[in-house]
Design a protein around this ligand. Structure first.
Ligand SMILES: [Zn+2]
Length: 200
C-alpha cells in the first residue's frame, strides 16, 4: 500500500492550506540600536550587519524597512551618560523616549517594541540597582525603577514593552503599573519569544 500524500499536494490552494509554517515580512521584528549624535552608523563588531545609529539614520532605516514590508521594530538605546541607577532612561527626554516619538511621528503605523532593562544605562553594567552589601542586583528596588522606565516608554508611544532584565516579579510589576496608569492595552513581550526564534 502506498500512502497517497500527493492528494494534498495536487492543488496550489490546498497546498497553501496544509502547509505548516509560512514566514512573511510581517512575522519579523527588526532590531534597531539608537545612540546620540548625527550621521552615525557604526557596525557592531560582534554582530556583522548590525549597526548603532543616530536618530537621523534610524529614521532613514525605518523608511527602508517599511519599503520592504517590515512592520515592527525593537528599539535598544545606547546612551552617552551612565550612572549607578540608570537615570538617563527614567526621564521623558531620554534617548529612547525621543526616538520612539520621532519614529511614531514619521511612521505612525510602525509597531515599536522597546527593550526594557538597565544594563545599557548603568555605569557598572548590571541590569538594575546594586545592593552595596552583596554587590548583586537588588531585585525589588530594580522592580521599582523598571516600572518607572515602562511608563517613560508608554508615554512616548511604545506599542509593546519587552523586558530583558530578568527580575523576579517583573511582569506582574509592569502589568500593574501600566494598568494603573491607563496603559491597560499595552502588551508586554516575553523574552522567551525572542529566545524561541532561530533568528535571534
Ligand atoms: Zn540587562
Amino acid at each position: 500500500m502506498f500512502k497517497r500524500l500527493r492528494r494534498l499536494r495536487i492543488n496550489e490552494n490546498l497546498r497553501a492550506l496544509v502547509q505548516e509554517t509560512n514566514l512573511s515580512p510581517s512575522d519579523f521584528i527588526y532590531p534597531l540600536f539608537v545612540k546620540e549624535g548625527e550621521g552615525i552608523k557604526t557596525e557592531v563588531a560582534s554582530m556583522p550587519g548590525v549597526f548603532q545609529m543616530s536618530l537621523d539614520e534610524i529614521l532613514k532605516e525605518c523608511e527602508y524597512i517599511q519599503s520592504i514590508g517590515l512592520k515592527s521594530i525593537i528599539l535598544f538605546a545606547v546612551p552617552d551618560v551612565k550612572d549607578s541607577v540608570g537615570s538617563e532612561c527614567l526621564c521623558d527626554e531620554s534617548i529612547i523616549s525621543r526616538t520612539i516619538k520621532a519614529i511614531k511621528e514619521k511612521f505612525p503605523t510602525m509597531f515599536v517594541v522597546t527593550d526594557l532593562c538597565f544594563c545599557e544605562y548603568t555605569d557598572h553594567g548590571h541590569c538594575g540597582i546594586l545592593d552595596p552589601k552583596t554587590e548583586t542586583v537588588d531585585n525589588d528596588k530594580t522592580l521599582e525603577i523598571s516600572a518607572l522606565q515602562a511608563i517613560v516608554h508608554a508615554k512616548a508611544g511604545a506599542d509593546m514593552i519587552a523586558p530583558s532584565g530578568m527580575m523576579d516579579g517583573i511582569i506582574e510589576t509592569l502589568r500593574e503599573t501600566l494598568d494603573e496608569n491607563g496603559f491597560e492595552n499595552l502588551p508586554i513581550m516575553a523574552y522567551s519569544t525572542k529566545f524561541a526564534s532561530a533568528y535571534y
